[in-house]
Ligand binder design. Structure first.
Ligand SMILES: Cc1cc2nc3c(=O)[nH]c(=O)nc-3n(C[C@H](O)[C@H](O)[C@H](O)COP(=O)(O)O)c2cc1C
Length: 345
């Protein structure tokens, strides 16, 4: 179904409150596809959001799930002490959990959600099979050609190819704990072309795409759709916090990949917490996520995570349906300019 979207634009799942049923419904109304983000939410809250979305639109939409990883064996006491010294809030207990993965999986199957996407790892082949039986299209986020080949083998219908330019968490299956992005870093075009060469599945491109010309570029490079996150953070339908919106609008901070907030590489705006802890956070997700939760909850722009893709200063705030319509007309224009530069055969 992803290669038959009326408009090849997807609103990325954005956990932490940014994705809302209204955002998903407005993107669907404009002909695109929107995702709810099940990550961090309770199963009941995911069910409510799915029900709210189906109440607002009868068009297809997606739900994104976090695939749980292994428990960390790292000693987190030192990082906890470090964070305690920097924050007015007492850090949380660094505990592991599976984000209620199995229950959320059962829920999306029971509710027959049209598109189910996975990040941080692979769904089991038997779960992909069950999702297909429930009528769902299965998408897996990948960041390298190797991950793409693995996702192909479990039976994914499409891949979301994420470049290192992307805002938010990298979907890497296993964090190597050493390099800034948890593995080799490919920008969106490099990732797309390398994955295209490796697998024969429909590909969704994501990472730093904010303009219709970017949509045109990834379509020309073989994607069936462009998935945008940061561009939708600035829409009134998104649940983005006021402090985050303001920092995005100012456009003055640089972005960086960091494990400081969650223990998993993610791209966000550089603030005091990020720069002081960039090199110290252990590769321990979700333990570090729980540890920093009270610190992030202060809402202080120097302490909270403010995820953003590399091109965030180019985002133009507007209602979601307008963003989609503008992307379409800009893509059309960009393609006709590009086409005029290619000599006729
Ligand atoms: C605030 C925020 C939250 C995100 N949460 C999720 C998520 O829950 N699941 C997911 O697969 N990707 C998540 N992402 C990554 C997006 O799916 C996408 O890869 C990214 O936004 C693309 O880069 P861009 O922000 O430059 O458009 C998030 C991104 C942002 C900015």
């Amino acid at each position: 179904m992803l290669d038959r979207l009326e408009v090849p634009v997807i609103a990325a799942p954005m956990a932490g409150g940014a994705s809302t049923p209204r955002l998903v419904a407005e993107v669907a109304r404009a002909g695109g596809l929107g995702f709810l983000a099940a990550g961090y939410l309770s199963v009941e809250a995911v069910a409510e959001q799915v029900t709210a979305t189906t109440g607002l639109t009868d068009r297809p939409f997606g739900v994104n799930l976090f695939v749980p990883g292994p428990r960390s064996t790292a000693d987190l006491a030192g990082y906890r002490e470090r964070v305690r010294a920097q924050s007015p809030a007492e850090p949380g207990e660094p505990r592991w959990d599976d984000d209620a993965y199995v229950a959320k999986l059962e829920l999306v199957m029971a509710l027959r959600v049209p598109v189910v996407s996975f990040t941080f790892g692979l769904p089991a082949p038997e779960d992909v099979h069950r999702l297909h039986a429930a009528g769902s299209t299965v998408v897996v986020t990948v960041t390298t050609p190797q991950e793409a080949a693995q996702a192909d083998r479990v039976g994914a219908d499409a891949l979301c190819v994420q470049g290192c330019d992307a805002g938010g968490h990298r979907g890497t299956f296993a964090d190597d704990g050493v390099s800034p992005g948890g593995g080799e870093l490919f920008g969106v075009l490099a990732a797309l072309r390398l994955v295209r060469d490796r697998v024969d599945l429909p590909l969704i491109a994501t990472g730093g795409l904010v303009h219709g010309a970017d949509v045109a570029a990834v379509l020309a490079a073989g994607a069936v759709a462009a998935q945008l996150g940061t561009a939708f953070l600035a829409t009134p339908e998104a649940g983005t916090s006021a402090a985050h919106r303001q920092a995005l609008a100012e456009g003055t901070r640089r972005t960086a990949l960091t494990r400081a907030f969650s223990g998993r590489p993610a791209r966000g705006l550089v603030n005091r917490f990020l720069s002081e802890n960039e090199g110290s956070a252990p590769p321990a997700y979700p333990e570090v996520h729980h540890l920093t939760r009270p610190v992030r909850a202060t809402g202080d722009p120097e302490l909270m995570s403010m995820w953003a893709g590399q091109t965030y200063p180019l985002v133009r705030p507007a209602p979601a349906a307008e963003v989609v319509a503008r992307l379409v007309s800009e893509a059309r224009q960009a393609l006709s300019v590009a086409n005029a530069r290619i000599p006729p055969a």
